[in-house]
Design a protein around this ligand. Sequence first.
Ligand code: NDP
Ligand SMILES: O=C(O)C1=N[C@H](C(=O)O)C[C@H](O)C1
Length: 255
Amino acid sequence: MTTRIGVTGATGRMGREVIDAAVDHDECEIVFAVNRNPDDRTVRGVDVESAGAFDSLLTEREPTAVIDFTGPESAVDYVEACADAGVAFVTGTTGFNDDQAAALEAASDETAVLHAPNFARGVQALVNVVGEAVRNLPGYDVELVETHHNGKRDAPSGTANRLLEEIEKNGEFTERTHGREGDAPREAGEIGVHALRAGNITGEHEIVLAGNDEEVRLTHRAEDRGVFAAGAVDAAVWIAGQKAGNYEFADVIDE
Ligand SMILES: NC(=O)C1=CN([C@@H]2O[C@H](COP(=O)(O)OP(=O)(O)OC[C@H]3O[C@@H](n4cnc5c(N)ncnc54)[C@H](OP(=O)(O)O)[C@@H]3O)[C@@H](O)[C@H]2O)C=CC1
Ligand SMILES: O=C(O)C1=N[C@H](C(=O)O)C[C@H](O)C1
């Protein structure tokens, strides 16, 4: 059964990778690709159309799933259109505020929605183990450092926020301290969060747990955006058969 895929953000860093991964996937067919300001008319032989045509493309081309890597504002517009059309929605977009996250949740009442801040399988493994590390090292200082390319809009990364949720669920922490400056001794129970932006670094996340004259460092490093695109396309193939609801990447890779 071929999964019919619509792509948004088609000429963006991730949009191009998604098209690449979908074109090379033997169970996928790209039925449309859109961008707000398509600077290129084609990506890997796929015509890039205007995002203004998105709603009509949902009915004309009948995708089974849309894959979105754009920005929070656009992702909400796209998911609401997909909910109206009953088309599944897979998004890797990060930086949602509470209202935008609520809009994603509301759309999942009408269609299948899968949001993952990181589609690398290695990051899912890191999410699965970081809580165990925190539980095993009570009282250790915890710091998180994420490093990305100099074009990234949001900070800290969506992945960092997801890892912090797991850390906070599994230890006694009081607050997140984003960077430090001036007279800033470490307070008990704080988690230091640091966002580095440099060059064209694809994405790195490191959690440091330190205490008792020792340290444990858990690190994930993505070498290529294709890692994320492959996970997103796998999620689109998986979600095509799902009923309306809110899903996560763990649902895809745990099967
Ligand atoms: N979940 C994951 O595994 C990953 C998630 N991401 C996330 O994906 C998103 C996109 O990243 P990336 O591809 O590097 O970004 P880019 O800026 O390279 O691409 C975003 C694309 O989406 C379009 N777009 C449409 N609406 C918006 C909007 N409201 N804000 C920004 N762009 C918009 C842009 O087109 P135009 O310029 O024509 O407007 C652009 O082509 C980010 O949120 C990032 O954090 C990135 C990598 C992996
Ligand atoms: O903007 C990026 O590039 C990435 N963003 C995601 C995030 O915010 O966690 C995932 C990945 O780290 C790359």
